[in-house]
Design a protein around this ligand. Structure first.
Ligand code: ADP
Ligand code: MG
Length: 640
């Protein structure tokens, strides 16, 4: 966070804290309090939805678990607030884990269904388990004592305010740490995450559990705020509201979560009062018109694109004056708003405004000027040992009837560059996918440093020392170049959630060391000046180099490069060749798939040739090039 953001947040909190001083109307105080409580929940939900890109329809259920943990502990045991608060968080996080462990094995619509079912079951359980929850009767609470003082409406408001501030700091720290990078990475490219040693499944669950913790905190505060809880609050409509808040406010922003919370708290009130609805819809139409004018004049978007939202909001405003009674139209208006957001505000309100002002969301810190003095330590030299680093025997990979790899033997000598060539579709990329655990071979054995890789997960194989790049570049697009490399350095972190939340010396040390090395690696692949650029904005050639930098961050023994020169310009290829040589000089073994024959011939020590999944030749580059079968294979498909 830069200075300006911190300052803005501080001012925001001072204003929030002063609300009960300016107005003594308990209705307004309670309204703002509810917004803050929802915001805490949305901070957590955004980790799952915005960062890991998973849909959860179970968060109203988790919110209910938090509220009922507090309610039951209060009602049955008379436990004090300072016990109830952490227990609510812990219990809800535990339920989050119980939900996440099976649910996150699936994704997309299946995940939505599983989490929806969870929410429904929780609501039914709360209703039915009367011996614990008092069933439909609900539980009454009173405002708690804190350090011997009974809190009133106003002082409890400040407790909520403080909890919001605390949540903001913790969420911010988590998202800026290696944990947050893992969450973002698995959304950007799951396959690349796994191949960087960041287990997609593990971090999805981790994100969900943290998120559930925040839902628990929010639920607990809600119970004390309302002083009464009953099962029907925590229904599926609320869950949809939470999702809408994230999408409307804008994902991956805390301001968006606050804005979203404000909208979902005020929306039902708005749709209850016709006069207010008229005023707000007219205001919205005017805002939309001004916004569109600005956007079009700044050439952010076209007149055509803005026509529908401008006319739509104007029509809504006109319609509001025709209405006699709003209650019949509530659901339709609600539905229209969802449609509007989905079509026109995909980045939410915060994202839209940022886009309008063309603010950059990333890269507040400039690392470009950093110079890494000690380049030698940036790449960890590979180990030495027995001669064959990798031995594959009779590898068979079958897709239905197609034998993409057909009984291939592969011996990769330590410290060499081993070329893998062959016409398109001959099985080269499939071989890499088999070596990195993306596919499990149908038959055959593969041993890396004397240990079998068959059947192990991609992240496990990656951590044992095999790094790779991808034929179709797999970067984490929304993350900066530096953050991409930092994901590769994930294995250098021992610190966990608590370290990150408290910024312990251990975490600070690890983060500083990783950043330093990441910058060094960027310099090594010639991208030092682009450290703070989003990966998706890099030119194609640079993206390929960034993938190599990220792979090196894993400290691999073996580096697999799948057509690294594809799409590169001639000077870039020269640079690439120099980089690959330097990598080999550190003792790292390289398997290189490449179509540029001059590259293959100039740097490979050994070359294997595949054709229709079979190995048809192997040897020194010059011998292979002269081999009749090889010439035939190439002339048969493409002229090489
Ligand atoms: P190369 O990288 O040498 O161009 P590939 O390894 O990508 O070739 O593909 C080899 C063959 O395997 C192709 O015929 C391709 O269509 C097939 N193949 C690759 N992956 C799959 C898959 N997941 N399912 C079915 N067929 C596949
Ligand atoms: Mg390929």
């Amino acid at each position: 966070m830069n200075r300006k953001t911190v300052l803005a947040a501080l001012v925001g909190f001072i204003v929030l804290a002063l609300v009960p001083v300016f107005t003594h109307n308990p209705y307004y105080i309670h309204l703002v309090e509810t917004i803050m409580i929802y915001a805490v929940l949305l901070f957590g939900l955004d980790i799952v939805v915005g960062y890991t890109g998973q849909v959860s329809l179970g968060h109203a259920g988790l919110f209910g678990i938090g509220a009922y943990t507090a309610g039951v502990l209060f009602f049955k045991l008379g436990a004090p607030f300072l016990v109830i608060l952490p227990v609510s968080i812990a219990v809800t996080a535990l339920f989050g884990a119980v939900l996440a462990l099976p649910a996150l094995r699936v994704s997309g619509p299946y995940l939505a269904m599983v989490t929806l079912a969870f929410g429904t079951i929780i609501q039914i359980l709360i209703n039915e388990m009367s011996f614990l929850t008092e069933g439909p009767m609900g539980i009454k609470l009173t405002k708690p004592y804190l350090l011997g003082v009974k809190l009133d409406e106003q002082s409890f408001y400040w407790v909520v305010c403080a909890m919001l501030a605390l949540s903001l700091v913790v969420v911010h720290r988590v998202l800026r740490s290696q944990l947050g990078r893992a969450f973002e990475a698995l959304r950007g490219s799951p396959v690349a995450s796994d191949c960087m040693g960041v287990s997609v499944y593990k971090y999805k669950v981790y994100a969900f559990v943290i998120s559930a913790g925040f839902a628990g905190l929010a639920g607990c505060l809600y119970a004390y705020s309302e002083q009464y809880i009953s099962p029907n609050t925590y229904n599926n409509e609320l869950t949809v509201m939470f999702l809408l808040a994230i999408i409307m406010g804008g994902r991956k922003t805390r301001l968006g979560a606050l804005l979203g919370a404000t909208i979902i708290v005020l929306l039902p009130k708005l749709l209850d009062d016709l006069d207010m609805f008229r005023t707000v819809s007219t205001g919205l139409a005017v805002l939309m018109f001004v916004g569109a004018l600005l956007a079009v004049s700044r050439r952010v978007t076209s007149v055509k694109a803005m026509a529908v939202p401008v006319l739509g909001t104007a029509a809504l405003s006109a319609f509001s004056y025709q209405l006699e009674n709003i209650t019949d139209w509530r659901l339709s208006i609600f539905g229209l708003m969802i449609l509007f957001v989905v079509y026109y505000l995909q980045d939410g309100i915060v994202g839209f405004v940022r886009h309008l002002l063309s603010l950059r969301t990333q890269g507040e810190v400039t690392h470009a000027a950093a110079v890494v003095s000690d380049q030698a330590s940036v790449i960890r030299s590979a180990k030495t040992g027995q001669e064959n680093l990798l031995v594959g025997q009779q590898i068979l990979m079958q897709f239905g009837g197609l034998k993409a790899i057909n009984q291939v033997d592969l011996r990769i000598k330590r410290g060499t560059i081993h070329g893998l060539i062959g016409p398109n579709g001959s099985g080269k990329s499939t071989m890499m996918n088999v070596l990195t655990g993306i596919y499990v071979p149908t038959a055959g054995s593969i041993e890396f440093e004397g240990r079998s890789v068959v059947g192990r997960t991609s992240s496990d194989i990656a951590l044992s020392g095999i790094a790779r790049t991808f034929q179709n570049v797999q970067l984490f697009g929304e993350m900066t170049a530096l953050q991409n490399v930092l994901v590769g350095l994930h294995h250098t972190f021992d610190s966990h959630f608590v370290d990150v939340a408290l910024h312990t010396p251990r975490y600070q040390r690890e983060e500083a060391a990783a950043t330093q090395r990441a910058l060094g690696l960027l310099q090594f692949v010639g991208l030092a000046d682009l450290a703070d650029e989003q990966a998706r904005n890099l030119p194609y050639g640079k993206q390929r180099l960034l993938e190599i930098g990220r792979a090196l961050a894993l400290d691999p023994q073996l580096l697999l490069l799948d057509e690294p020169a594809a799409g590169l310009t001639a000077p870039d290829i020269k640079e690439l060749v120099a980089i690959i040589r330097k990598i080999r000089d550190h003792g790292i073994t390289v398997i290189l798939i490449e179509h540029h024959m001059d590259v293959v011939m100039s740097i490979c020590d050994t070359v294997s040739v595949l054709d229709f999944g079979q190995k048809i030749a192997e040897g020194k580059p010059a011998d292979v090039q002269a081999n009749e079968k090889v010439i035939e294979a190439y002339l048969g498909t493409t002229a090489a």
